[in-house]
Design a protein around this ligand. Structure first.
Ligand SMILES: C[S@@+](CC[C@H](N)C(=O)[O-])C[C@H]1O[C@@H](n2cnc3c(N)ncnc32)[C@H](O)[C@@H]1O
Length: 145
């Protein structure tokens, strides 16, 4: 931020303050279950991604997840207004918004523990995506001198 390489903008996912096709990568971490209009909001995310861009969405809580937090969230969903979708419903949501090449990593732990030390599959996926983007950016920087 101090170097002026990061810009922080405030806005709603329903009306992202960005033009079409701006981003290589969008992340949504523990947030989409609060979005007010999930199908439309997901299309809005798709709109700001470049063709071939990547969305990484992480949710500890979803319908059918084997954690205490998810089970409590499901139980009280009518009070919290959270939209909890199953894995299959997520696939449908992404496909309907325009996404393809979906990769869903569902973590099934033996114990219903919330905290774990090792990197999860989704964290490893993010590491890999970020490494790829870094390489692409480095090549782009080289090509423009
Ligand atoms: C549980 S926090 C997660 C924050 C952060 N991604 C993280 O992992 O620490 C949920 C976030 O969703 C954001 N959020 C909820 N509704 C939103 C909306 N309609 N548009 C954009 N962000 C929203 C909230 O502002 C909040 O920051």
């Amino acid at each position: 931020m101090a170097l002026g390489r990061v810009e922080i903008r405030y806005g709603s996912v329903s009306h992202l303050p960005f033009s079409d096709g701006m981003f290589n990568l969008v992340t949504a971490v523990e947030t989409h279950f609060w979005w007010p209009n999930l199908p439309g909001d997901m299309r809005e995310v798709f709109r700001v991604l470049k063709p071939g861009g990547t969305l990484i969405l992480i949710a500890e809580i979803y319908k059918g997840a084997n954690t205490i937090a998810a089970k409590l969230a499901e139980k009280y969903a009518s009070r919290t207004a959270m939209t909890l979708l199953s894995v299959d419903e997520h696939r449908e949501l992404f496909t309907n918004a325009g996404f393809s090449d979906l990769q869903v990593i569902e973590e099934r732990r033996k114990r219903m523990d919330l905290w774990h030390r090792q990197k999860t599959d989704s964290q490893l996926l993010i590491d890999e995506q970020i490494a790829n983007l870094r390489e692409q950016l480095a090549e782009h920087a080289k090509s423009i001198g």
